[in-house]
Design a protein around this ligand. Structure first.
Ligand code: SAM
Length: 212
């Protein structure tokens, strides 16, 4: 028999108090086939809580999660902060799960999801961009892919990293960028690192554009 699922109110209350519950407890609210992917592909709750602290501190209103996956970061950080989250995700079944997760935790008004690929859809305005190494999967072996629904490979990796760098170059002064385990490219000129947390499983950094 699997672990009993805790109540949404118990998990939600911890996150609203900026305390990270056990990841396994939260992951039980994901479809079974997506739980096993959590350790490698979805942000841990400790990262979502730290991100929430930083965005409230930095006065961020809207976060765009580039490559939102199953919606774990958007939903957990929406519970733990005052910001609005928009996740962009290329895999339709993950978008459907992310929307369901947001409804389950009653944050569907502040955590919404768009289906599409970076570079192919118009991105909504956001004063903060979040990346959890979204293009890294292109370089993984097939055993570590989320699924085989999308084309992956080195060429696509290079193209996506370039698109992300161009997005960061175009951003206005004041733009916040939060990177968990980087995005594969370099931060353009004009950004200062304003926060860093090396205690997470991978390094979490926040940057702010200070010069155009
Ligand atoms: C490492 S997961 C991170 C998920 C989520 N941000 C989180 O922290 O829990 C990266 C996600 O980015 C998506 N992705 C990768 N490249 C993308 C692209 N070019 N456009 C949209 N989504 C992309 C993948 O499908 C995957 O779901």
């Amino acid at each position: 028999m699997g672990d009993p699922r805790p109540s949404t109110s118990h998990v939600g209350r911890s996150l609203r108090q900026k305390r990270a519950p056990d990841d396994r407890a939260f992951d039980l609210f994901l479809p079974r086939e997506l739980r096993a992917l959590a350790d490698q592909h979805w942000s841990p709750l400790s990262v979502a809580v730290r991100t929430a602290e930083w965005i409230d501190d930095l006065g961020v209103a809207t976060v765009l999660d580039v490559g939102a996956g199953a919606g774990k970061l958007c939903v957990a950080a929406a519970l733990a902060s005052h910001a609005r989250f928009i996740g962009v995700e290329q895999r339709p079944h993950l978008v459907a799960s992310a929307r369901e997760l947001a409804r389950t935790f009653d944050v569907a008004d502040r955590a919404t999801f768009l289906e599409g690929r970076l570079g192919e859809i118009e991105l909504p305005a956001a004063d903060c961009l979040y990346f959890y190494n979204p293009f890294g999967e292109n370089l993984f072996g097939t055993a570590n892919h989320i699924d085989d629904d999308v084309d992956l490979g080195r060429e696509r990796y290079i193209r996506d990293v370039r698109i992300a760098e161009a997005l960061l170059r175009r951003a206005q002064v004041g733009q916040v960028v939060i990177l968990y385990n980087g995005f594969g490219g370099r931060m353009p000129e004009g950004y200062d690192q304003v926060r860093i947390d090396r205690e997470q499983p991978s390094v979490l950094r926040a940057w702010r554009r200070v010069r155009g």
